[in-house]
Write a protein that binds this ligand. Structure first.
Ligand code: CA
Length: 650
């Protein structure tokens, strides 16, 4: 037995922090790991993969452990089935706390995986019960089941982006789990692929995820599928589940030219669905005659597809909060499906290592003290170096600030001036401000000017570290002026470097002009395996004038389907003479490659290069509405899978 160890302030030099073996042949059997903590024991290279826990052998017990803040690629806990000595293992994984995991922005951010596609027909027979998954947002598979005969029972998944996915393997039982989204974006439920999967007596509430991330999903398969693709759903059972205030229940999901095998010999019965947030909560992607729908209950407002009407009984929408704080349908209905008491099967305090606090770590701007910074040379740098996380550096309204060195940002910091005249900041270095690992930046009511910048190509005002950053950052830019970034070519406002990832970037109410590069350069993840640089981006209320390259260039290449972003909102902007630079490569004023959710509204293009879209897989949602393009070429796109409404060319 191993107990009481804490792993922090470091990372494993091998591929596994805790390994249930000493060599390929010496596997652990009948062992127990309990009350162990692994906290941010993350490799500094975010794209480098390792496992925190790899369970091999048979009859091992992993319980009451705390696994929080994994920040690099790789599954948090994996049950490995790569040899006969690890098959039919009867491991028990229970009462563990899987704490917050940040968005990875790539495949490989699963929290729990049991098996791999290669061994997926083998029986693992692992029991996963009474674990608490708290805001594990790595990617869209929170739990990836990839072997046969496993049971997931009584787990709680709280405000987590993603789903419990039966990706490979057969004969899985998923019962009595509580998945609570509280309306958070991309929160999903339970997804069936493969044969003989049973999903019953689960409670799902406030889940917003769509497509593969619906509250309940049965997918289409690939005929004669290879092990790593999608087996047809055969004898899938979804019954006695309660779905409250959730947006999507999808059948035949993933239907396309390859995934043509519809579910057969399956059933969806005795489920209660109470939801008004999307009245078309049930969505059919293909022929679902192979699923028998019977005795389900759904609220009157919801539209049930005509072919399924007989399988649903309508009832008024009635949801109340019960004594356990959960949103529940009327008791009479709950009793009708014999669901029992609606109550979390395990509470957060009863999971994880009992001695280790479940602390919150988040970026909180303006949570520290305010530091007045006098006008002058490197005064800003001195103040920054003396600051602490969350502090505000308050500049003088009439101030002129010069930086003669790079200003590195190592913690969340706000640089701003009070309402009134914007202080001007100039720099003699190729970058003004550099966000380093752990850093985050908010700027408000400032003026950045390029007049003192060195006569090199490729300067920028703000960039992220040249080294990989395993902590996600945020960049909030409000009410600033940017002028004359033209001392040489390719002078950008902001550049996100390779191996760095933003949870959020906002560019709001700002005015930028005379720039020899671009404004937001987010195209450095060029490996074409689904990696990208920013999750949520908002560009709103700005004017851009005489910009050589793009206002925004986002790149997410490849066909990977395991992430959510980027999600982009562009509204109320004016572009004049943008993207017409002679050395400008994409020839676009804005370039979006592989963006998953793009909403452009109320924006005016004037004498600018066209908006350019590259829509890739994942059914991206793209809407361009109420925009005017004066003396600007038509929207360029690789296909027509985007919506336009009131796009006026003049
Ligand atoms: Ca994955």
């Amino acid at each position: 037995m191993v107990s009481g160890l804490v792993f922090k302030n470091g990372y494993t030099p091998t591929g596994e922090v805790i390994s249930f073996r000493t060599s390929n042949d010496d596997l652990a059997n009948h062992t127990r790991v309990t009350n162990v903590v692994i906290d941010n024991f993350s490799h500094p290279e975010r794209h480098l993969a390792d496992l925190w826990v790899a369970i091999y052998g048979k009859n091992n017990h992993f319980d009451h452990n705390t696994l929080v803040n994994k920040r690099n690629r790789g599954v948090t806990l994996a049950v490995r089935l790569n040899s006969e000595g690890s098959e039919d293992n009867h491991h028990v994984i229970e009462y563990n706390y899987f704490g917050p995991r940040q968005i990875l922005g790539a495949n490989g951010g699963e929290t729990l995986r049991v098996g791999t596609s290669h061994f997926s027909t083998k029986y693992s027979n692992t029991l996963i019960q009474y674990n608490f998954f708290d805001r594990v947002n790595g990617e869209h598979e929170i739990i990836s089941n990839k072997s046969s005969g496993n049971i997931y029972r009584g787990n709680v998944i709280f405000e987590s982006q993603g789903t419990l996915t039966m990706r490979h393997g057969h004969h899985t039982l998923v019962e009595g789990n509580y998945i609570i989204g509280n309306g958070k974006p991309n929160t999903g439920g339970i997804r069936i692929i493969n044969e003989y999967q049973t999903v019953r007596n689960n409670y799902l509430s406030g889940l917003t995820g769509h497509r593969f991330r619906g509250a309940l999903v049965i997918m289409n398969g690939v005929p004669n599928s290879s092990p790593n693709r999608y087996n047809q759903a055969i004898e899938a059972i979804m019954e006695n589940n309660i779905v409250v205030d959730s947006d999507y229940i999808n059948f035949g999901a993933g239907s396309d030219e390859e995934r043509t095998a519809t579910p057969i010999d399956s059933s969806f019965r005795h489920n209660i669905i109470m939801s008004k947030s999307n009245l078309d909560v049930i969505k059919l992607y293909d022929d679902v005659s192979g699923i028998k729908f019977a005795k389900n209950i759904i609220n009157n407002e919801s539209n049930v597809p005509y072919v399924l009407a007989k399988g649903f009984q309508k009832t008024p929408y009635l949801v109340t909060v019960n004594e356990h704080g959960l949103r529940v349908p009327p008791k009479a209905l709950v009793d009708q499906i014999s669901f029992g008491e609606i109550k979390l099967p395990i509470s957060k305090p009863n999971t994880g290592a009992n001695y280790y606090a479940k602390e919150e770590i988040s970026i909180v701007f303006q949570s520290g003290k305010t530091i007045e910074v006098k006008s002058g040379t490197d005064t800003l740098l001195t103040a920054l170096n003396a600051s602490n996380s969350g502090d505000i550096l308050m500049l003088e309204n009439n101030g002129e600030y010069l930086l003669t060195k790079l200003a590195d940002i190592h913690h969340p910091i706000t640089i701003m001036a009070k309402k009134g005249k914007k202080p001007v900041i100039r720099s003699q270095k190729p970058s003004f401000l550099v966000i380093e690992n752990g850093g985050a930046l908010e700027v408000d009511n400032l003026w950045f000017d390029g007049a003192e910048s060195p006569d090199y190509k490729g300067n920028n005002v703000i960039r992220t570290s040249g080294h990989s950053m395993n902590i996600n950052y945020s960049l909030l830019v409000r009410n600033i002026k940017v002028t004359d970034l033209d001392i040489n070519g390719y002078f950008d406002f902001f550049k996100g470097s390779y191996g760095t990832f933003a949870d959020e970037i906002q560019l709001i109410d700002s005015e930028m002009s005379n720039i020899s590069g671009g404004i937001l350069v987010l195209n450095k993840e060029t490996d074409d395996i689904g990696e990208y640089s920013v999750e949520n981006l908002t560009i709103s209320g700005n004017t851009f004038t005489d910009i050589n390259a793009e206002v925004v260039n986002i790149y997410r290449g490849g066909f990977d389907e395991s992430t959510f972003g980027p999600m982009v909102t562009v509204k109320n902007n004016q572009l004049t003479d943008v993207g017409n630079g002679s050395t400008h490569r994409s020839g676009a004023s804005m370039y979006f490659h592989g963006v998953q959710d793009l909403n452009i509204t109320d924006t005016i293009w004037n004498n600018s290069a066209p908006l350019s879209l590259h829509l890739s897989n994942g059914e991206p949602i793209t809407l361009i509405k109420d925009v005017v393009m004066k003396n600007t070429n038509k929207i360029r796109a690789n296909n027509t899978e985007y919506k336009t409404l009131n796009v006026v060319y003049q």
